[in-house]
Design a protein around this ligand. Structure first.
Ligand code: NAD
Length: 324
């Protein structure tokens, strides 16, 4: 198939591109390289530099007749989205509307969209299933909610078929070592702990150790990026073979605490990870865990590589080669 991967130079997109190329698809990566790296794009894929905010770029791009679009391009820092909602409106909402309009104009009918657990907001019950109320507590999550709603309308009005995949905490690097450049600006826990292990940071701050969890630190559901990638390929098959849309959680159903992460990094790397316990952050729940039974039922997907040791070992493979 001829596949457009928007944001395919980024962290999750580049893993999916590698798997699509391995399956023999004709892959086109479209990315403005704001946070992505050309070096992570599989050599078999075609790369086109461009921006979803430019209707001109999209008009040129859609001269190619694509069978399906994977859409990863977005800004994703929840904190930043609260300080600067304008750039999140522009990139995540307007940019996606531009992309959808280009699809409609050029008769491309299928899209797989990177949504997020951030659409749910503060958990009203656990584990979170897809019926959980959608009440984002940050503007980033709101942009994902808006796009899910727009996809629903474009589905009804313009015959667009879509899969909105709500990822929990994406983590790890390709277990086959195909991705060589790390994410540089992430504020996520696991990369920060690995940065301590290689000496890029002195210590990590743990935001609260008095939560109602076994060791008092927050628990999150980490999903290996290879597992995410497999889900995307399965969602594509589903859209090819069915007339339904998909809205799916992608998580594991279990979680790990901050201290478990710190200890496991120590074990894998042999380094002493220093940490300080500081106050809780606003809006951080004790636990965030997904249930992905619907993904199991509809696309026969469940996490295979998402135990903490596999996730962190795959990250250490990449981080241990970084020269500090
Ligand atoms: N990483 C996570 O834990 C996580 C969790 C839930 C959802 N998501 C979503 O998954 C998607 C991919 O996330 P990621 O972690 O790979 O992020 P990333 O920043 O590594 O990748 C995003 C890619 O999109 C590109 N891009 C951004 N704006 C663009 C624009 N206007 N035009 C063209 N390209 C543009 C960037 O250069 C980058 O290569 C995002 O939509 C994100 O919101 C990520």
């Amino acid at each position: 198939m001829k596949i457009l991967v928007v944001g395919g130079a980024g962290y999750i997109g580049s893993h999916v591109v590698a798997d699509l190329c391995k399956k023999g698809h004709n892959v086109f990566v479209f990315d403005n390289l704001y946070s992505g790296s050309v070096k992570n794009i599989d050599k078999k894929a075609n790369f086109i530099k461009g921006d979803i905010n430019s209707e001109n770029d999209l008009e040129k791009l859609f001269k190619i007749k694509f069978d399906i679009v994977f859409h990863f391009a977005a800004l994703k820092a929840a904190g930043e989205s609260m300080e600067n909602p304008g750039i999140y409106s522009k990139n995540n909402i307007n940019g996606t509307i531009n992309l959808l309009n280009a699809m409609v104009s050029h008769d491309v009918k299928k899209i797989i969209f990177s949504s997020s657990a951030a659409v749910y907001g503060y958990p009203e019950y656990l584990p979170i299933d897809e019926k959980h109320p959608i009440k984002p507590i940050n503007y980033y999550g709101y942009t994902k909610k808006v796009i899910e709603e727009i996809l629903n309308w474009y589905g009804k009005l313009k015959g667009i078929k879509y899969a909105a995949l709500r990822y929990f905490n994406a983590a790890g690097y390709d277990i086959n070592g195909r991705i060589t450049k790390r994410e540089k600006t992430t504020a996520n826990l696991l990369p920060i702990v690995l940065e301590c292990a290689i000496g890029l940071r002195d210590r990590i701050n743990i935001f609260g150790d008095d939560y109602d969890t076994p060791d008092g630190t927050g628990i999150r559901d980490y999903i290996h990026v290879n597992d995410l990638s497999i889900a995307h390929l399965k969602a594509m098959e589903y859209l090819n073979d069915n007339n339904n849309n998909l809205v799916l959680n992608l998580g594991t159903g279990y979680g790990y605490s901050v201290l478990e992460v710190v200890k496991m990094v120590g074990k894998i790397t042999g380094k002493d990870i220093k940490y300080s316990i500081v106050g809780r952050r606003e809006g951080d729940p004790a636990k965030l865990i997904a249930v992905s039974n619907l993904a199991k039922k509809t696309i026969n997907w469940e996490a295979k590589y998402s135990d903490l040791e596999t996730i962190l070992s795959s990250m250490w493979e990449l981080y241990s080669k970084i020269k500090v």
